[in-house]
Design a protein around this ligand. Structure first.
Ligand SMILES: Cc1ncc(COP(=O)(O)O)c(C=O)c1O
Length: 378
C-alpha cells in the first residue's frame, strides 16, 4: 500500500539521521556493540531500508519480534545476524532454520523442536540465545531453569549453538527504579550459576534507555530501538541522549482553505465552533493514517508556514482541520504534523506527552497508507 508517491500526506525517513544516531550510540557504549531493533517495520520507518542503513552504519546485528520480519529482511538481502525476540509458533520453525535466523529460546520443548528441525533440514548448527526472565514477566526462562536449558542446548550441539544469554529490564527508562537493581542482581546470579562462558557467547541486557541509565549493564552489546530513530526513550534519560536526531517527519499538504464565519462549527459533532471569523486549512490525513482522533482535544498542533497552529474539530478518518487565524494560506502549502519546519519543531515526544503515550506508539502507528520517502540529509 505504499506505492502512491504523489499522495498529499507522506513521511520522510532521513537515513543519514538514522546512521548518525547509530554512530552516537556506538560511541556512547563502546567497547560494547550495538544491535539495531527493527521490529514492527522498524518502528514504522520501513524495516528493509532501515536495516540496510543499520548494517552500513556498523551495527553487529538486527532484532525483530516475529519470524516474518526476519524472513523479509533475509529476502531483501540482509546478511547480518537477525535475532527474534521470543519463541515463535512451531509451524514457523522451518522458516527460522531456512533463513538462518537467530532464535530466542526459554522452554526445553522449543529447544528440542528447533534441534529436530535443524537435523531434518541439514546445515550448520543454528544460533540460539537464551532469554532469562529476571522480572519483566513477559517472556523468558525462570532463572532457576537456565542451567538445565543451557545443558539441553549443549547436548544438541550438532544442531544448535549457544550464541547468547540475555534479559530485558522493565523499568530501564526510570533510573533508580528498584526493579532495575533486582533484575541486575538476578541476571548476575544466573551468569554466576552458568560459570565461565566461552567468549563467543554474547551476554546482553539493555535497550536504549538501559544503555543510558545503566552503563554497567551494556555488557557485550545493547539492543537499541527507539534511540536509533532519534526519539528520547523516556523523561528519566533525557540528559543522556546526546545529539540524537529525529528520523521521521510526518508531512501533509493543505488541500482546502476556507474562511469560517463566527459561530460556524467544524468537523463531526461541531465540537469546535469559531468564536470569531478565522481561516481554516484542511489536511488530507486522518486517524486511518495514524493521527489519533482525539488529538484535537489534547492540544494537538501542526506546523504550517513555520508556525504552530491548533488542530480544530475531531480528526476524521482521512482528513483534519487546522486553525490558521488571519494568515495567508494556500492549497498546496506544506504542513508538518511532527518533525521540524523552519525553526519550529514538534517532537514525537511532545505528541506522545499530549496523548499520554510514548513516542514508540506514534511512529509505529503511522499506517501503510502513508508513503515513506527516504532522504539523505546530514
Ligand atoms: C527485548 C527487547 N530488547 C530491546 C528492545 C528495544 O527497546 P528500545 O526501543 O526502547 O531501545 C525491545 C523493544 O521493545 C525489546 O523488546
Amino acid at each position: 500500500m505504499t506505492d502512491h508517491p504523489t499522495r498529499w500526506a507522506w513521511a520522510t525517513v532521513d537515513l543519514d539521521a538514522y546512521a548518525h544516531n547509530i554512530t552516537v550510540l556506538k560511541r556512547m557504549v563502546a567497547p560494547s556493540g550495538v544491535w539495531a531493533v527493527v521490529k514492527a517495520d522498524a518502528y514504522g520507518h520501513g524495516a528493509v531500508p532501515v536495516s540496510h542503513a543499520a548494517v552500513t552504519a556498523g551495527v553487529d546485528g538486527l532484532c525483530v519480534a516475529i519470524t516474518a520480519e526476519g524472513t523479509e529482511l533475509r529476502d531483501a538481502g540482509v546478511e547480518a545476524p537477525i535475532l527474534i525476540f521470543s519463541e515463535q509458533p512451531l509451524d514457523e520453525i522451518i522458516d527460522i532454520v531456512r533463513h538462518r535466523l537467530t532464535a530466542t529460546v526459554y522452554r526445553t520443548e522449543y529447544v528440542e523442536a528447533l534441534a529436530a528441525a535443524v537435523r531434518r533440514h541439514g546445515g550448520e548448527p543454528l544460533d540460539v540465545h537464551v532469554k532469562v526472565d529476571t522480572g519483566m514477566h513477559r517472556v523468558g526462562a525462570d532463572p532457576a531453569d537456565v542451567p538445565a536449558l543451557v545443558t539441553k542446548i549443549t547436548d544438541n550441539a550438532d544442531a544448535l549453538r549457544l550464541a547468547g544469554v540475555y534479559t530485558h529490564f522493565a523499568a530501564a527508562d526510570t533510573p533508580g527504579h528498584p526493579a532495575n537493581a533486582v533484575q541486575s542482581r538476578r541476571f548476575a546470579a544466573v551468569l554466576d550459576a552458568l560459570g565461565p562462558m566461552d567468549p563467543s557467547i554474547a551476554v546482553h541486557a539493555v535497550n536504549s534507555a538501559g544503555a543510558m541509565s545503566m552503563p554497567a549493564e551494556r555488557r557485550d552489546f545493547i539492543r537499541a530501538g527507539i534511540a536509533t530513530y532519534g526519539i528520547i526513550p523516556g523523561d528519566g534519560v533525557v540528559d543522556h541522549c546526546g545529539d540524537l536526531v529525529q528520523v521521521m517527519t510526518l508531512h501533509a499538504r493543505v488541500s482546502r482553505v476556507q474562511r469560517l464565519a463566527e459561530g460556524e462549527g467544524v468537523s463531526y459533532g461541531h465540537r469546535f465552533v469559531a468564536a470569531s471569523p478565522t481561516t481554516i486549512a484542511t489536511l488530507p490525513i486522518g486517524y486511518a493514517d495514524g493521527v489519533p482522533r482525539r488529538l484535537w482535544s489534547q492540544g494537538g498542533e501542526v506546523l504550517i508556514g513555520g508556525k504552530r497552529r491548533p488542530i480544530i474539530g475531531v480528526v476524521t478518518m482521512d482528513q483534519l482541520m487546522v486553525d490558521c487565524g488571519d494568515d495567508e494560506i494556500a492549497v498546496g502549502d506544506e504542513a508538518v504534523l511532527f518533525g521540524t519546519q523552519g525553526v519550529e519543531c514538534i517532537g514525537t515526544e511532545d505528541l506522545a506527552r499530549a496523548l499520554d503515550t510514548i513516542g514508540y506508539e506514534i511512529t509505529c502507528g503511522i499506517g501503510p497508507r502513508v508513503p515513506r520517502r527516504y532522504t539523505r540529509s546530514v
